[in-house]
Design a protein. Structure first.
Length: 175
């Protein structure tokens, strides 16, 4: 596995390094030692899955507030998604900036998202699924969000959402 920095500090592109033989492949999906070597202290306590039957389903932009701010490793295990991370950390030099990466089951890539960043995605295929490793238990009272089209951030999406929750549609502007 390779752990590469992105333009947002602490947000990492995690690339697989499958070992191939006559049986197929074997791929390490997470390794505490590899993350530590990249300067990341990440110990998951929860695993979650998001199944999305329809293309252009939008989920996000979500984060969890302190004292239970969460880091997560997100991987697409079926189909493909346009995955977005928005830096909301008060002391970050990248505050207010975002990046987008295509995550796909075929590529096997993942994103590590540190605490204080909002995360969301738009499915690019039908039957897209994402698996999450998360380092803090979910706390519904600390769940927060940023609207996907908040003009303060100008996030570029490849298509308009066809499916989204009312909660995600109605997060307030931050501008």
């Amino acid at each position: 596995m390779m752990v590469r920095p992105t333009p947002l500090p602490g947000v990492m592109d995690v690339l697989p390094a499958p070992v191939r033989d006559a049986r197929g492949t074997f791929t390490r999906l997470w390794c505490e030692e590899a993350f530590a070597a990249a300067g990341i202290d990440f110990r998951p306590v929860q695993a979650s899955r998001s199944d999305n039957p329809r293309r252009h389903t939008l989920r996000g932009m979500h984060y969890q507030a302190p004292p239970r701010a969460e880091a997560k490793l997100v991987r697409c295990t079926a189909g493909a998604v346009h995955d977005v991370v928005l830096d909301l950390r008060p002391d970050s030099p990248a505050r207010g900036r975002w990046i987008a990466v295509t995550l796909s089951a075929r590529a096997g890539n993942a994103l590590f998202i540190p605490p204080g960043c909002a995360h969301g995605f738009l499915t690019l295929t039908e039957d897209a699924a994402l698996d999450y490793l998360i380092d803090a238990p979910y706390a519904p009272d600390l769940a927060r969000g940023v609207r996907w089209d908040d003009p303060a951030f100008g996030i570029a999406w490849p298509a308009a959402p066809a499916v989204m929750s009312e909660r995600d549609r109605s997060w307030p502007d931050h501008g």
